[in-house]
Ligand binder design. Structure first.
Ligand code: F6R
Length: 240
């Protein structure tokens, strides 16, 4: 693991954007694995800025997102389709036909999981961007999820539902299930870039880096990845 501790969220976002921009520039057909939530918003802002300044183009980029809530329409403001449009895709020159997000409204969810697993095998990620759940989850692979799993339906834990409720009008509206890339899909990326900011991530950061590699802390699998890059701010690093 290559661990970098930076001052704050802004610096974390800048450092991560540099890594993603380099992957886009240095590869003929870059494939980015992308995340939603609060963590990557600053990174996406930086990338949009680079695009506006003419430093970078996303024309050759393929993007595959980690996850989507089950049961939300793509048009719903809380869906990850909407999130990606408003935080990144709607502001850059990426070809929408090369952006992929699991379909949380699929009639046959198991079939959708299998389809997404096959898709991911066809488009190996150059870089997989990750946030970190306060319980150590990556994607929506909650503690206890086998490291060998591919895309599957995950039941969100109470902690995750609570963390995600800030994006919804009430706790009741937060979906309890999501389709998520599995750990086996996530670690197949050439580089895994995990970001964490804020003191509510400090325990998970500690377990990920200093704890045993264990399914109790899904992110601890990154200790075994040949190219895991961890960028955290001082607050998230406070227990190290
Ligand atoms: C998002 C995702 C989740 C989040 C994690 C942290 O696509 O898969 O693992 O990265 O829940 O969320 P934030 O960034 O909101 O703290």
């Amino acid at each position: 693991m290559k661990i970098t501790i930076v001052e704050n969220y802004g610096e974390m976002s800048k450092e991560a954007a540099k890594i993603l921009a380099a992957a886009v520039k240095d590869n003929l057909k870059p494939v980015l694995g992308l995340a939603t939530g609060g963590t990557p918003v600053g990174v996406y802002r930086e990338l949009i800025e680079m695009y506006r300044n003419g430093e970078i183009s996303f024309k050759n980029v393929t993007a595959a997102n980690l996850d989507e809530y089950v049961g939300l329409d793509a048009e719903s403001p809380q869906s990850y389709v909407s999130f990606m449009k408003s935080n990144l895709f709607g502001h850059i020159d990426i070809d929408p036909s090369k952006t992929f997000i699991p379909d949380g409204k699929a009639k046959d969810l198991q079939k959708e999981c299998d389809r997404y697993t096959e898709l991911l095998a066809d488009i190996p990620r150059t870089v997989q961007l990750l946030g970190l759940g306060s319980d150590g989850h990556i994607g929506f692979n909650e503690p206890g999820t086998p490291f060998t799993r591919h895309t599957h339906i995950a039941e969100l834990t109470q902690d995750t539902v609570k963390d995600n409720s800030r994006f919804f009008a009430s706790m009741d509206e937060v979906p309890r299930k999501a389709i998520t890339m599995g750990i086996a899909d996530i670690v197949s990326a050439q580089t895994v870039l995990l970001l964490a900011s804020g003191k509510n991530k400090a325990r998970a950061v500690y377990d990920m880096i200093k704890g045993e590699v264990s399914e109790d802390c899904p992110a601890s699998i990154l200790q075994r990845h040949p190219n895991a890059v961890i960028i955290i701010d001082k607050e998230a690093a406070q227990l190290l």
